[in-house]
Ligand binder design. Sequence first.
Ligand code: 4FV
Length: 257
Amino acid sequence: MRIDVISLFPEFVDACAGFGVVGRARERGLLSMHGWNPRDYAEGNYRRVDDRPFGGGPGMVMLVDPLRAAIAAAREADPQPAHVVYLSPQGRLLDQARVRELAALPRMILLCGRYEGVDERLITAEVDEELSIGDYVLSGGELPAAVLVDAVARLREGVLNDAESATQDSFEADAAIEGGVLLDCPHYTRPPRHALGDVPEVLLGGNHAEIARWRRMQALGRTLERRPDLVDETRLSPADRKLLAGYRAGPAGKPGA
Ligand code: 4FV
């Protein structure tokens, strides 16, 4: 996969995507990233990339032409068609389902805004999709771009090794449920006994069916407790309804019981 980043601080996203599985994916050529700074395409001695908003109001707005030239340069750098994503609070809220779809693309161009945002005419002309990482305001689109790169890269074939496999993650395939997605179950590792508590016996018993059942019970219980918006309880299967009842029935179902 190729990802081009349009940003006044291209080294920012490049740095964020230089560690761990994403960094390794780049070393192994499973992901390539390229930064384009609109200031390199700005006219005049001051190489302006922003100006005051028409209609007044606080802050500055990013100019059309430097961004348009930077996007054009990124497009021309590779013959593959690019899906252009503008990271902004006005975008659709990013979720794992959309991440999975984007991870299947050969190429993306990520547009990172600064100041109050980007001139609307540039968005209309060049942007295929607006995505938000959450209902809060950041000082720039670089962090959201880095979030998107990380979420997409780890789903690319060969990026995660078996131990790191994504399938068991929250919101992932194994966490799929009739009418929703599940949060992850609790995780434990050595030591089995600790001053802070013991690892649930079921996890030490080696009975994989029992372990899978306990993990699904935990995922169900915690999801309904913490994110009831993620699951439509009325659509649970009889088996999951029984598991949930077990979780709610008391300590037996609770972690560390
Ligand atoms: C944002 C978000 C975000 C808004 C103005 C950058 C900032 C500044 N992007 N999800 N939340 N962007 O806050 O994606 O230009």
